[in-house]
Design a protein around this ligand. Structure first.
Ligand SMILES: [Zn+2]
Ligand SMILES: [Zn+2]
Length: 284
C-alpha cells in the first residue's frame, strides 16, 4: 500500500485533474487490503490430466464462476465501497442510494451475483432493469470479489507456466487482457488479465485480440514526454491495448496505471480504435 500511496502522490502532481478519481481509487484499495488478510478461500483442486489437456487445447483452467469466493467478506467489502461511493461525487452517491434501495427491496441479490463471479451479462441486465449505471454496479461488484479472486489466483499461479501460453486470453479464466506490460531488461511482454489479474507472456509484436503479426498494421503512440505508457494499435481489428513499461516505473498497481492514463484512451478512441475490455472510468 505504501508503494500505491507514493505513486498516487506522484501522479496527482503531474496530472491534478485526476485527483478525485485517484482519491476514490485509493480508498477502494485500502478497503480491499483490509479484508485480504482475513479471507477464507477453499483451495482450488485441479487434476493433473485435466490441466495438461486444457493447456494442450488452449482452454483456460476455470470459468469465472469457479473461483472460490469468501461471500461474507465480499458482502462486507461491498458495504464499505458503497460508503466510499457516497462520499466520492454526486453521481456515484446517487447510484449508491439506488443500489441500496434495490437491495433493501430484494431486487439485487448480491450473494448470488458473487457466487457467479460477477457475471457481466447478468449484472448489466440488472442495471438496465433498475435504471442503474452499469459501469458503477460492475465496478462495485468486481472490486468486492477481487481480494478473493486474487487469493485463488495466487494458489493457481504456482501450477501454470507463465512463459509458454502466449495467447491473447488468460490461461486461468479465459478473459481478455486489460493492459500489456513490459518487464525485465530485455523488455519481455506480458498481458494482464482484466478479471483475475494473472499475468502471462506474449510476443512483443502481436495484437492480442486478433493475433495479427503483420508489422505494417501494428503501430503505437506515446503520451507527450511520457514514454513509460504507450498505446498499441492494430489496424486489422481496429482495437488497442495500453502498454506500461515497468522497467522505468518499477513496482506499481496496474489498475492505478490504467486509471491514470485515461487521456490515452481518449486519444485512441478519437483515432477510431476500440478497447475490447472497457475501462470503468469513462463514459463509453
Ligand atoms: Zn484471468
Ligand atoms: Zn488486432
Amino acid at each position: 500500500m505504501e508503494t500505491l500511496r507514493k505513486r498516487i502522490q506522484q501522479i496527482k502532481k503531474k496530472r491534478p485533474g485526476y485527483k478525485e478519481m485517484l482519491d476514490f481509487y485509493q480508498r477502494v484499495r485500502e478497503e480491499q487490503e483490509k479484508v485480504r488478510t482475513s479471507l477464507t478461500i477453499e483451495p482450488i483442486q485441479l487434476k493433473k490430466e485435466w490441466k495438461a489437456l486444457l493447456a494442450k487445447e488452449g482452454f483456460p483452467l476455470l470459468e469465472r464462476k469457479d473461483f472460490p469466493i469468501d461471500i461474507e467478506a465480499s458482502l462486507s467489502l461491498f458495504k464499505s465501497l458503497c460508503q466510499i461511493g457516497k462520499e466520492a461525487n454526486p453521481h456515484m452517491a446517487e447510484q449508491v442510494r439506488k443500489i441500496e434501495q434495490a437491495m433493501s427491496e430484494k431486487k439485487i441479490d448480491l450473494s448470488t451475483l458473487f457466487k457467479e463471479g460477477g457475471n457481466e451479462q447478468r449484472v448489466e441486465g440488472i442495471a438496465k432493469e433498475l435504471g442503474l449505471d452499469k459501469k458503477i454496479l460492475l465496478f462495485f461488484i468486481h472490486s468486492s470479489l477481487k481480494p478473493s479472486i486474487q487469493t485463488g489466483v495466487e494458489q493457481l499461479s504456482r501450477e501454470i507456466e507463465t512463459e509458454t501460453w502466449m495467447k491473447g486470453h488468460c490461461p486461468i479464466c479465459g478473459s481478455l487482457p486489460s493492459l500489456s506490460l513490459l518487464k525485465e531488461e530485455v523488455g519481455k511482454r506480458f498481458l494482464l488479465c482484466s478479471h483475475c489479474g494473472y499475468q502471462w507472456r506474449i510476443d512483443r509484436m502481436i495484437c492480442p485480440f486478433c493475433n495479427n503479426r503483420d508489422q505494417e498494421s501494428l503501430q503505437f503512440f506515446y503520451a507527450e514526454e511520457e514514454k513509460t505508457h504507450r498505446v498499441d494499435l492494430c489496424d486489422k481489428c481496429h482495437q488497442y491495448i495500453k502498454t506500461i513499461d515497468l522497467r522505468t516505473i518499477g513496482e506499481t498497481d496496474f489498475p492505478l496505471e490504467d486509471l491514470a492514463t485515461l487521456h490515452l484512451d481518449i486519444v485512441a478512441s478519437k483515432k477510431g480504435y476500440k478497447r475490447p475490455v472497457p475501462t470503468p472510468w469513462t463514459g463509453e
